[in-house]
Design a protein around this ligand. Structure first.
Ligand code: PLP
Length: 440
C-alpha cells in the first residue's frame, strides 16, 4: 500500500475536506507547510498532550504546532487568561498593562533591556534586519546556509537548498528559497556555513564596511538539531563587533523550548537583538523582538518605525503572561527535562540494541533522531543524511498514534508541559519498530 492509500483509509474525512477546501483554499490548506507529507490532517480538537483529527483518530501531539504548543492544549492557565481577556475586549491598538509585565519578564530572562511585540516570527526577523541596516546604514546581511527565518524577502535565501544547488562549501551559492524574490535582494545576502567563524571573518573582510550584521538560529533547527560548536556564538559576537556589525539570534524556535531563556541563556552569549515567537504565546500568535538600548533607541525615537495594528494585542499579551507565569516556570521546565531524559534514554536503548549508527539529539523540550553516524556540524553535513528513515519514522509514528511534524529529518518533536511518561513511551515504542526494520 502507498502512503496516500494508508492515509485515505485512516482519514477519509480529512481526505474529503482537502478536496472540498481546494475550491476556496489555495492548495486545500491554510499554509503550504500544512500540505507536507503525506497530506494535510484536518484537526478537530486538542486536550492536554493529545489531539484528535476530524476522523476521530487520537494522537499524542509532538508536532506541537511547529514548536509553539509547549503549554499543550486547553491548559487551564491559558484558558483562564484568554477567557478573561475575551470578556474585556481583545483589541484596541493601544497597549495594555500585560505588555509591561511580559517585556519585564523577557528582559529578565534574555538580558536585553528593551522590547517590542509583533505577530509572527517572520515579522520579528524582518524588524531585526531592518534595525541592523538602519543603525549601520549598510545593506548587506550575513545569513547561515540552511537557517530558516520566515518568509520575508531578505531571509528567503539558502533555506533548504538541494545538494546540486549549494555550490562550494566555503563560499555557498545564494539559492532563492521561494519564487518572487528579486535578484537585487538576493544580492544583499551573504551566505556562510554554520559553525565556521573563518567564513564569517572572510566575509566581513571582503565586504569591509558593508555588512550590517548577521542573523542565525543559535541552535540550527531547520536541519534536525545542530548545536553550535563551543565558542562559536561568542566568536561571532566578537567578530561582528570588531567590524561594527550586529548580531541577531533568531530564537523563534529555540526561545522557550530549549530552556527558560533559550539558547541565549543556555550558552551565555547575549546578542544585540533576539527574535521570539512560537512558544511565547502559549498557542496564541505573538512575537517579540528584544535589543540593546543602542539598537532599540532607533525605535524609541522613531528613526525606525516598528509598527503593526495587532502589535502587543491584548489577547496575545494575556496569553504570553499566563504562559510565562504558570506554564514555563521552574516546575514546567523540570517536567520537560525529565521527559526529555526519558525519551533520549528510550531511543538510545533501541539504537544500541539494534546496533544502528544513529543518535538522538535532545535540547530541552526539542528532540530529533539524527539518522547518521557521521558528525553533523552544518547544513552540508545534514544534506548527506538519508531521507528515507525520517519519512518512514513519521509514518510509523503517525500510524502508531504520535503526531510528529512532517519532513522526517528536518523538523523536531516538541514535548509540552502536559505530556506524560506514557506519551513518551508511545513515541519510543513506535521508534522501536523503525529500529527493528532498519536493523533487519
Ligand atoms: N524563525 C525560525 C527559526 C522559524 O523556525 C520560523 C518558523 O518556522 C520563523 C522564524 C518564522 O516564524 P513564523 O512562521 O511565525 O512567521
Amino acid at each position: 500500500e502507498s502512503e496516500s492509500d494508508i492515509f485515505v483509509k485512516r482519514q477519509p474525512r480529512s481526505t474529503q475536506l482537502i478536496a472540498d477546501a481546494r475550491s476556496v483554499l489555495a492548495g486545500g490548506a491554510t499554509s503550504n507547510w500544512q500540505i507536507a507529507l503525506p497530506q494535510a490532517v484536518w484537526m478537530s480538537h486538542g486536550d492536554g498532550s493529545h489531539v484528535w483529527d476530524v476522523d476521530g483518530n487520537e494522537y499524542v501531539d509532538m508536532h506541537g504546532g511547529y514548536g509553539a504548543a509547549i503549554a499543550g492544549h486547553n491548559h487551564p492557565a491559558i484558558v483562564e487568561a484568554v477567557s478573561d481577556r475575551v470578556r474585556r475586549g481583545t483589541h484596541f491598538a493601544q497597549p495594555t498593562e500585560d505588555a509591561i509585565w511580559v517585556a519585564q519578564e523577557l528582559a529578565r530572562r534574555f538580558g536585553l533591556p528593551q522590547w517590542r511585540f509583533a505577530n509572527s516570527g517572520t515579522e520579528a526577523t524582518m524588524d531585526a534586519i531592518h534595525l541592523m541596516r538602519s543603525i549601520t546604514g549598510r545593506d548587506l546581511v550575513l545569513k547561515v546556509e540552511g537557517c530558516y527565518h520566515g518568509h520575508h524577502d531578505s531571509v528567503q535565501v539558502s533555506v533548504l537548498p538541494e545538494e546540486d544547488e549549494v555550490g562550494p562549501a566555503d563560499a555557498p551559492n545564494n539559492v532563492p528559497g521561494n519564487s518572487g524574490i528579486p535578484q537585487a535582494i538576493m544580492d544583499l545576502v551573504v551566505v556562510v556555513p554554520f559553525n565556521d567563524l573563518g567564513a564569517v571573518e572572510r566575509a566581513l573582510v571582503s565586504h569591509e564596511g558593508r555588512i550590517a550584521g548577521m542573523i542565525l538560529e543559535p541552535i540550527m533547527m531547520n536541519a534536525g538539531i545542530i548545536p553550535p560548536d563551543e565558542g562559536y556564538l561568542a566568536g561571532l559576537k566578537e567578530l561582528l563587533h570588531a567590524h561594527d556589525a550586529y548580531l541577531t539570534f533568531d530564537e523563534v524556535k529555540t526561545g522557550f523550548t530549549t530552556g527558560p531563556a533559550g539558547a541565549t541563556g543556555r550558552y551565555g552569549v547575549t546578542p544585540d537583538l533576539v527574535c521570539l515567537a512560537k512558544a511565547l504565546g502559549g498557542g496564541i500568535p505573538v512575537a517579540a523582538i528584544g535589543g540593546t538600548e543602542e539598537l532599540m533607541s532607533l525605535i524609541a525615537d522613531g528613526r525606525y518605525e516598528q509598527v503593526g495594528t495587532f502589535n502587543g494585542n491584548p489577547l496575545a499579551m494575556a496569553a504570553a503572561r499566563a504562559n510565562l507565569t504558570s506554564v514555563l516556570d521552574e516546575a514546567g521546565y523540570a517536567h520537560l527535562d525529565a521527559l526529555a531524559a526519558r525519551a533520549k534514554a528510550g531511543f538510545e536503548q533501541h539504537i544500541t540494541a539494534q546496533g544502528l549508527p544513529w543518535r538522538v539529539v535532545s535540547v530541552g523540550a526539542k528532540g530529533c533522531v539524527c539518522f547518521t553516524g557521521a558528525p553533523v556540524r552544518n547544513f552540508r553535513d545534514f544534506l548527506t543524511i538519508d531521507d528515507q528513515w525520517g519519512q518512514l519514522h513519521w509514518l510509523l509514528q503517525h500510524n502508531g498514534g504520535v503526531f510528529l511534524p512532517p519532513w522526517g529529518k528536518v523538523e523536531q518533536w516538541l514535548l509540552s508541559v502536559q505530556h506524560t511518561e506514557a506519551d513518551v513511551d508511545r513515541l519510543i515504542a513506535n521508534f522501536g519498530k523503525l529500529a527493528a526494520v532498519a536493523a533487519a
